[in-house]
Design a binder for this molecule. Structure first.
Ligand code: G4P
Length: 532
């Protein structure tokens, strides 16, 4: 049912919704900030970054504060640039929060992979790249910190191909002396752009000089040798490199590559402009009833993130929903598939740097923050009234570390259960119950150990509950399915129930799991729970 309303089409075509993926320290915060600066959303760089807690103050608490700081203030940033409406989805940098990042990537239409020119492709980048690759979304590469000495650009192209298995197409190329680059060469326009980055850390938009590569004044500005070198490198790229192929870019098979320095601002605007030209507007999304196109007149969205207590003064819970089709209007009624009930979306919020504002309408590609009275779960679908479909399954990450948690003060039991239940709904931890234990003790599973600290910290800060955490020696969880799950003989391993009362075995080792599985050919041991 495509909607012919021209306004809806126009709004969709101008949307660009993406996430920046990188290894910590590659410069994601800095680049995000510079994009906001060039988009006119902030006027002096430093305002976003100042909120990020001082790095390398390496206590775990600081890490947590930093994580909270980032996700609380900037879960999504929206700004306009030359007719485009841009949504940048923020993803936590710390690897223990990669689950959160993976889910956020589900809401993005493409990704910008940020690479430190000196460090090349790093561990966290590889993981996140794989998730994007699996989804088949376009991936753009920004090589950052070109103001410093780093790897040779040709070497980086090779590394990207070797490590990530994707060919790259440099859209621009660094100009100047290695380690002291002054600008970029735009291959599409055959133009050089030199930036005046003298003095200062790019707090303001930097002035630049643009002109044809053949313009003799560049030979003077750069020096004859540097100018010649640039020309021969470009010739080499044209001869030996891949051809530009937009279809391949859109399928995630070729990554357009950019060079620049988020700190000094060189290459930031050329990146933004080419990126916006090449990045896709919102695309159709898969549901269990077939694809739904963004210009389908019916409204649909899915929840990809839940954040409780964003504002401690209000104790609210916000569900972040990505709009997939149709127009969103404040106060509209939608069908919430998971509870089977209609829902009125009364106080939608949108996020702009640190501020939030009530919004009246939004379009595919946009993210709205919905007040959550406790009904939403991650991955939930919001359908138009009268329809029933579900967006494709969200990735689930099986926990690898386990601990028994209980409140220090049994008088705080009610708050403890409330807190831990809410944090489970947020997807921060997975909760299990040991059948023969009382209701005060839970087994909690996490993917990264920092999540235990966050749990402890947030239960204390948000619910006033101090907890004991007793680490358990298990390393993997398997959901048990079959006729007689009670009969399972786990010897030294642990049987628990998930929040839907489904039996789960926690194993001490891969060997122990294999052993049990062999002894019980009649049972199935699943990495994720079976639906229904
Ligand atoms: P992240 O969000 O990816 O973790 O990285 P962030 O932007 O915080 O940047 C990490 C460090 O790299 C910061 O230095 C930042 O200033 C620096 N950086 C970012 N982009 C560039 C660049 O283009 N060139 C150079 N030379 N450095 C860059 P810091 O010393 O940790 O912090 P600060 O004191 O500069 O704030």
């Amino acid at each position: 049912m495509p909607d012919t309303e021209p306004l809806l089409q126009e709004e969709i075509q101008k949307r660009r919704t993406f996430a920046i993926i990188s290894h910590p320290d590659a410069g994601k915060t800095t680049l995000t900030e510079k994009l906001l600066l060039y988009g006119g959303a902030i006027h002096l760089a430093g305002s976003v970054k100042a909120r990020k807690a001082q790095r390398h103050a390496v206590s775990d608490w600081m890490e947590i504060e930093k994580q909270r700081g980032i996700s609380v203030t900037s879960s999504v940033l929206q700004f306009d640039y030359e007719g485009f409406r841009i949504n940048i989805l923020d993803t936590p940098g710390h690897q223990d929060f990669s689950e959160d990042t993976y889910r956020t990537l589900m809401a993005a239409d493409c990704a910008v992979m940020l690479i430190d020119v000196a460090k090349g492709v790093e561990a966290q980048t590889i993981k996140l790249f794989k998730v994007c690759k699996q989804r088949g979304i376009p991936i753009f590469t920004f090589v950052n910190k070109l103001d410093r000495v780093g790897k040779n650009p040709f070497e980086l192209m090779e590394e990207i191909e070797k490590v990530l298995g994707i060919r790259s197409y440099p859209m621009n190329w660094p100009v100047g002396i290695h380690g002291e680059y002054q600008g970029v060469y735009n291959r599409r326009k055959a133009q050089i752009e030199l930036f005046d980055t003298e003095g200062g850390h790019g707090q303001y938009i930097v002035p630049s000089t643009v002109g044809s590569v053949e313009d003799p004044s560049f030979a003077e500005l750069l020096g004859e040798a540097v100018h010649q070198n640039l020309k021969s490198e470009i010739e080499l790229l044209d001869l030996a490199g891949d051809d530009f192929d937009l279809a391949k870019v859109r399928r995630g098979e070729l990554t357009p590559m950019f060079f620049g320095s988020a700190m000094t601002n060189f290459g930031v605007r050329p990146f933004l402009e080419e990126f916006l030209r090449l990045a896709p507007p919102p695309a159709p999304r898969r549901t269990d009833a077939g694809e739904i196109a963004p210009d389908d007149g019916r409204f649909s969205a899915f929840v990809f993130k839940i954040q409780a207590n964003m504002n401690p003064a209000h104790r609210d819970r916000i569900a972040f929903a990505r709009i997939c089709s149709g127009k969103f209007v404040r106060g509209m009624e939608v069908y919430h598939l998971q509870t089977g009930k209609p829902l009125k979306l009364a106080q939608p919020q949108q996020f702009m740097a640190q501020d939030r504002a009530i919004i009246e309408e939004a379009y595919p590609g946009d993210i709205v923050g919905l007040f959550d009275p406790g009904v939403f779960g991650i991955g939930d679908t919001l359908c138009p009234m009268g329809d029933k479909f579900r967006f494709e399954d969200f990735p689930v990450f099986p926990p690898e570390q386990f601990a028994r948690v209980q409140p220090k003060d049994s008088m705080r039991r009610k708050q403890f259960i409330k807190g831990i239940t809410q944090l489970t709904q947020e997807g921060a931890v997975q909760l299990f119950r040991q059948p023969d234990y009382g209701v005060e003790s839970f087994v909690v599973g996490v993917v990264g150990s920092l999540q235990f600290d966050v749990l402890q910290y947030r239960l204390q800060g948000e619910y006033g509950v101090d907890i004991y955490i007793q680490h358990l020696p298990y390393v993997m969880a398997r959901w048990i399915a079959g006729k007689n799950t009670q009969s399972v003989n786990l010897s030294g391993d642990l049987l628990v129930l998930d929040r839907n009362e489904k039996p789960v075995a926690l194993f001490r080792s891969e060997w122990s799991f294999q052993n049990t599985a062999q002894k019980h050919p009649e049972l199935e041991f699943l990495v994720v729970p079976r639906r229904g």
